[in-house]
Design a protein around this ligand. Structure first.
Ligand SMILES: C[S@@+](CC[C@H](N)C(=O)[O-])C[C@H]1O[C@@H](n2cnc3c(N)ncnc32)[C@H](O)[C@@H]1O
Length: 324
């Protein structure tokens, strides 16, 4: 399989995710971080795109097929971090869909109302993330976490008969019961009512977990704060407060670099390979390179891959090797 682009830190494949994955060697990547096209939300203007399946069930089956191949391509100790948003059932019809169009009602928000057919009455939240998660579990994946991504700068919605949506699901799946996971790389400062969010190093200088590079060799003593907290900080938990970060070059919702950073820091082996089968503007690739991981990206749109090479990957490649 001839890549669309390849250098020491990045390999990009242009094509259908399932087709490209089928041509990849088994166990050839260490970690997968991705956000697939959400159901019924956008038209990327490419024949063969995912997300516009006739029914939620067809979409779920498509995702099951893709992530079954992802599982084969992933090393036995690898993890999959899957960010996926939900959609609402609407009255049907695809009149709002056209090249580069965003399905009406969803332009102002990431979690939207689908205009595609559904067996559920209009206004129903389809529960797509969990339908996909259950399908992947049935397929053999081990679901380790449902992480709530709380978008701290979520756009307001004009709805008046329900609550506005400010969160999305991020699922952590493992291929096997034992897997690579670097919790220390993503710990955050311990916080108690009577204590600020700072900790002491063995030498006594104060530090903040946010300032520590993943994989740093700086020595710290567990419990060194004298309060029984882990000296590297606390487990960040399964609710992540991270803002969205619009990217002016892309006409679709890009992954938040902060979200990708946590996934890759914890799930990607230093020097290993991170795969995103729906790479888009390659946010995951940029972060992977910044953290010293190699990147393999797949996308159906050459336009987005070109954009990534001009922007996000141009920055990322420069920083490759800077971070531990
Ligand atoms: C939600 S976007 C990913 C955004 C990306 N995480 C970023 O930060 O830019 C989904 C991507 O899936 C791509 N896509 C849609 N159908 C596809 C398919 N059949 N195979 C591969 N990529 C596809 C779209 O072109 C789009 O770039």
């Amino acid at each position: 399989m001839k890549p669309y682009y390849s250098d020491d830190s990045v390999t990009l494949h242009h094509g259908d995710a399932l087709d490209v994955l089928r041509a990849m060697a088994s166990g050839s990547v260490n970690c997968v971080v991705t956000s697939p096209p959400y159901y019924g939300l956008r038209d990327y203007g490419e024949p063969g795109q995912y997300g516009l399946e006739e029914t939620p069930a067809a979409y779920v089956e498509r995702m099951r097929d893709v992530f079954s191949e992802v599982r084969r391509v992933l090393a036995d100790d690898g993890t999959l971090w899957l960010n996926i948003g939900d959609s609402y059932a609407s009255t049907g019809g695809t009149s709002g869909v056209g090249p580069d169009a965003v399905v009406a009602q969803t332009r102002r928000q990431d979690t939207g109302r689908t205009r595609l057919a559904s067996t559920l009455p209009p206004k129903n939240l389809l529960g797509i993330p969990w339908r996909v998660a259950f399908a992947l579990q049935d397929d053999g994946w081990i679901l380790r976490n449902r992480i709530v991504w709380h978008k701290t700068n979520a756009m307001p919605e004009s709805v008046t008969d329900r609550l506005s949506s400010r969160s999305e699901e991020l699922f952590l799946f493992a291929k096997a019961q034992r897997y690579w996971f670097d919790l220390d790389a993503i710990r955050e400062p311990a916080v108690t009512a009577d204590r600020p969010a700072t900790l002491k190093t063995r030498g006594g200088s104060e530090w903040s977990a946010k300032a520590v590079k993943p994989g740093s060799t700086q020595q710290r003593t567990p419990g060194a704060d004298g309060l029984g907290h882990h000296a590297l900080g606390r487990n960040p938990g399964d609710v992540w407060l991270i803002p969205t970060a619009p990217f002016s070059g892309a006409h679709f919702a890009v992954m938040s670099p902060g979200l990708a950073r946590r996934c890759i820091a914890a799930g990607g082996r230093p020097g290993g390979i991170v795969l995103d089968p729906f790479a888009g503007s390659c946010t995951t690739g940029m972060v992977a390179n910044q953290l010293g991981r190699r990147f393999v990206g797949i996308d159906l749109s050459a336009k987005y891959l070109d954009l990534a090479l001009r922007t996000r990957l141009a920055q990322g490649v420069l920083m490759f090797g800077d971070a531990a």
